[in-house]
Design a binder for this molecule. Sequence first.
Ligand code: ATP
Ligand code: ZN
Length: 297
Amino acid sequence: MKPRDRLRIAMQKSGRLTEPALDLLNRCGLTFRQSRDKLFCFGEGEPVDLLLVRDDDIPGLIAQGVCDLGIVGRNVLDEFRCTASEDVAALTEWRPLGFGRCRLSVAVPQDMDYRQPQDLGGLRIATSYPGLLNHWLKAQSVDAAVVTLAGSVEIAPKLGTADAICDLVQSGGTLVANQLRETDVLLESEAVLAGPQALPTDERGDMINLLLKRLDGVIQVRESRLLLLQTSRTALDAVTRLLPGGPQPTLLPVAGQPDQLMLQALCAGEVSWRQLEEIKKAGAREMFVLPVEKMLA
Ligand code: ATP
Ligand code: ZN
């Protein structure tokens, strides 16, 4: 294959991962000129172009060297790794990206008497992930028939083409709507940045390293929250103990109220209502949770 001096990233052309993937790349300072057929998007600032394809094709395109990196669900990447022949390049997850979260689970009809994976023995299980399912069945020493379907897996038990299914689940609503019950989680998935195990040694390798650094910054900021609250000096210890992880909080005096303090803490992740309620019970008030726009330490 002809050497390339521009980096090429594959991502889903249209689907659940498209918008968040583009948004993430934009935040990393990458912008693209939309081409008319939208298969190939030329990068404007940095030497990075996009290839817009079906998500299932992404691991293969990286393994063949058509693309250098890809944004794809862990479910698709791991299925490829389970089933790819020995002679294609080994792929790896360079970064988890924190969106497109779902899980690959086994589900059975609600009225089935299911207690453990062994109860699947001798049954037919429909899935679009035969590699991952076979791997799991083997690990559980269960002998079941895997029925590979391209889509609409969840209706297979009703149609009588399978006894159970193994499919992606997000909220579980689709399962309930089909009178199915989730029994075992095979894989926790999210979108990942996938690439070859060994990075190219030319300029593309340098570009990948730059991109990884920017990604780390973007992901860190996206997950950070600034927590602001007021507390009395006497409750300070109790309040501080409940703060979600992060660097030491900053304390500021409150004008005219010498026994009160304003506390400011950077938290590495969501702050839930329940956490806020706990902190309030410990003596805090006037609480704010703010997203962080940019951060430069
Ligand atoms: P394509 O045309 O690219 O093949 P698709 O129908 O396979 O599209 P989508 O339904 O857009 O793909 O899902 C893309 C990815 O989004 C999945 O592989 C998975 O990683 C993730 N995902 C998150 N939640 C769900 C869900 N509830 N169902 C299916 N996929 C989900
Ligand atoms: Zn797909």
